[in-house]
Write a protein that binds this ligand. Structure first.
Ligand code: FAD
Ligand code: DHB
Length: 394
């Protein structure tokens, strides 16, 4: 098989790249290891930055998000027995975020791609990348027990953190920057109307908790836990009791609503960046190139930012024969990525319990929360990062 851009991975990065390339009149084929059902049901991110919402709408794939997504103009930070609202509408020039599941974005992008006749090969496991240092690279993959090849002009590595594209770059070319956190998030999806209209980030002495949602009927809740937490130790009653303890701290009669737990999982947390994000004709995007801890909800948004830069660069290269944008792809993306890394690390450090913290460190954390919620300058900094820095700054 031959195409212009060979894409590995049908997550938000690979699917959005294929969509943007299609709008530029560029052909691509996506190879995805999993089934369509698996990727459409994988529960992950839920918060979409303002510019990503605008991009989905502008490019014709935002219709369902506009109808079903929940637009939020603030979040609450809860600590020391009180809730404090960060008002995005006021602090970030009327911008906000949209709460809409990543798997819903994935469903919308798959439907759009299939509707315009684009190709996604599901259950196609990319095994190796060949000749990426030439102008005729190709991907070897397995489908239906057979080994096949996808030949292309350029390969986009959109295969997530555990994919094969980043490891395909020869040793010594890439530099890695990493921080692993000594905790993770235990997340549940519950059939329970969210007890708050806006997200609540709670910093409790026992650890962090977050109330989020997917719809007016479905809550999404997280608690800080060990990174390798054994789920069998967390029956639903224990999860709820810990959520009540960490979220119901305001001393009023606000209560978390409970309901049947539909899904439960643990995510370890790390910050990770690879530089550069390109080698020869291979370009890495999204989680294949960088991971942020989830606090602040930047992962999916960063993946979309990368492919927006890449689609424009590929269009200039393949249609106008201009290589400059492609050559500076990594540099352009990394400016935004490092700012998102800083923000995610900062939110994580401010809100979580660190076992090694002394009483001094805890007082300092609480002072930081007090400052962020009482200084307009500090609150503005949080708000503008949360709703998403403008793409023009990238
Ligand atoms: P992925 O979504 O990982 O997609 C990669 C795809 O490649 C997968 O479909 C995989 O099956 C496929 N693949 C892998 N290897 C191969 C192979 N060899 N051959 C073929 N296909 C392959 N981000 C936010 O922006 N907001 C949030 O609120 C948020 N919350 C999160 C909460 C949790 C609990 C978690 C786990 C993550 C969260 N994130 C959030 C992060 C976000 O989910 C990721 O950053 C996002 O999925 C990255 O998209 P991607 O397309 O780069 O990678
Ligand atoms: C969600 C995830 C996040 O990481 C976050 O900061 C806010 C919300 C969510 O899955 O809803």
């Amino acid at each position: 098989m031959r195409t212009e851009v060979g894409i590995v991975g049908a997550g938000p990065a690979g699917l959005m790249l294929a969509h943007l390339l299609h709008l530029e009149g560029i052909e691509s084929v996506i190879l995805e290891a999993r089934t369509r059902q698996y990727v459409e049901e994988r529960i992950r991110a839920g918060v979409i930055e303002q510019w990503v919402r605008d991009l989905l709408i502008e490019t014709g794939v935002g219709g369902r998000m506009e109808r079903e997504g929940l637009v939020h103009h603030g979040i609450e930070l809860r600590f020391k027995g009180a809730g404090h609202r960060i008002d995005f509408a006021d602090l970030a020039g009327g911008r906000g975020v949209t709460v809409y599941g990543q798997h819903e974005v994935v469903k919308d992008l798959i439907a759009a791609r299939l509707a315009y006749g684009g190709e996604i090969v599901f259950e196609a496991q990319a095994a190796s990348l060949q000749d990426v240092e030439t102008d005729k690279p190709f991907i070897r993959y397995r489908k239906d027990g057979e080994e096949r090849e996808l030949h292309c002009d350029v390969i986009a590595g959109c295969d997530g953190f555990h994919g094969i594209c980043r490891p395909a770059v020869p040793e010594g070319v890439l530099s890695f920057f990493e921080r692993v956190y000594p905790f993770g998030w235990l997340g549940i999806l519950a059939k329970a109307p969210p007890a708050s209209e806006e997200l609540i980030y709670s910093s409790h002495d026992e650890g962090f908790a977050l109330l989020s949602m997917r719809s007016p009927e479905i809550s999404r809740l997280y608690i800080q836990c060990h990174p390798d937490e054994d789920l069998s130790q967390w029956p639903d009653e224990r999860v709820w009791s810990e959520l009540h303890r960490r979220l119901e701290t305001t001393g009023d009669d606000w209560h978390l609503t409970e309901g049947p737990v539909l899904q439960k999982g643990v995510t370890a947390m790390r910050s990770f960046v690879v530089e550069p994000m390109q080698h020869g004709r291979l370009f890495l995007t999204g989680d294949a190139a960088h991971i942020v801890p989830p606090t602040g909800a930047k992962g999916m948004n960063l993946a979309i930012a990368d492919v927006r830069v890449l689609s424009r660069a590929l269009s200039a290269f393949l249609r106008q024969g201009r290589a400059d944008l492609l050559e500076s792809y990594s540099e352009t993306c990394l400016r935004r990525i490092w700012k998102a890394q800083r923000f995610s690390w900062w939110m994580t450090s401010m809100l979580h319990r660190f076992d090694e913290h002394t009483p001094f460190d805890r007082r300092r954390q609480l002072a930081e929360l007090d400052y962020v919620t009482s200084s307009r300058a500090a609150a503005t900094s949080l708000a503008e990062n949360y709703v998403g820095l403008p793409m023009e700054q990238a």
